[in-house]
Structures are given as C-alpha cells and as structure tokens.
Design a protein around this ligand. Sequence first.
Ligand SMILES: [Zn+2]
Ligand SMILES: [Zn+2]
Length: 138
Amino acid sequence: MNVKNCRKCGRMFNYIAGPPICPACREQIEKKFEEVKEFVRKNKTATMNEIAENCDVEKRQIEQWVREERLIFAEGSPIKLYCETCGAPILTGRYCEKCKKDQASTFGAAGRQPEAPAPLGGGNKRGGSGNKMHTFHE
Ligand SMILES: [Zn+2]
Ligand SMILES: [Zn+2]
C-alpha cells in the first residue's frame, strides 16, 4: 500500500496516481474548478485577480488548470497567455496549436489527449481588429 501525505492538508491517504492530494481535497478542488469555470464563462473579461478573489482560489491553482487546458479563456479576456515556444497569443494551455503539433511530431508523443478542448471553429481569425500585442519589447 502506498501512503502519502496530502500536499494540501497534510493528511495521510492511500496514494493511487496523479498529484499527491487526498480524495477529500481533490473533491474540493473539483468543486472549485466548476465554480471557476462557471465564473469565467459568465465573466469573460475577469482578470486573474478577480477570478481568484471571487472564487476564493489561489492564482497558482487557476494557472494550473489553464496549463492543463481545462480552463479556457474567452477571446477578449484581459488574461493574456502566450505560447511558451513562439510567443503567439493563446487562450489556454502552454503552447499554441502550431507548436503543439510540432512537438507532437518531434517527441512522437501520441495518445495523450486530455479532454479535448473545443476546437475554435475552423482556423484563422477573421478580421485583425485589436489584438496587436507583441511579446518582444525593444
Ligand atoms: Zn488533503
Ligand atoms: Zn507557439
């Protein structure tokens, strides 16, 4: 039997897989996630601070959900995420679609598909209004 201390509450629990968090805390986090997801859906222009405050959740936790691609921000959200590889603006995760594809072919990492995020209806952004942010400062 594999027993670990919960990373959140410190209690011992039977560890199975994933992050070392006990079932009680995990359930709480899931509830929180639903709350945050709902909040983000209703408040498309909420900032990270507003989400954290309104839902009483750590920003770090929100960022983790984003990296896991569970939480997706709307177009027009003030929260700006950028591809860690090429700096393109993205709405969730860590990399843009293009870099994800590149990585998939580079590492041959097949079969890792976490709850596919809804595809953003076929491709290119139409009309380039706004969104002219660049990541390099010079
Ligand atoms: Zn716990
Ligand atoms: Zn990229």
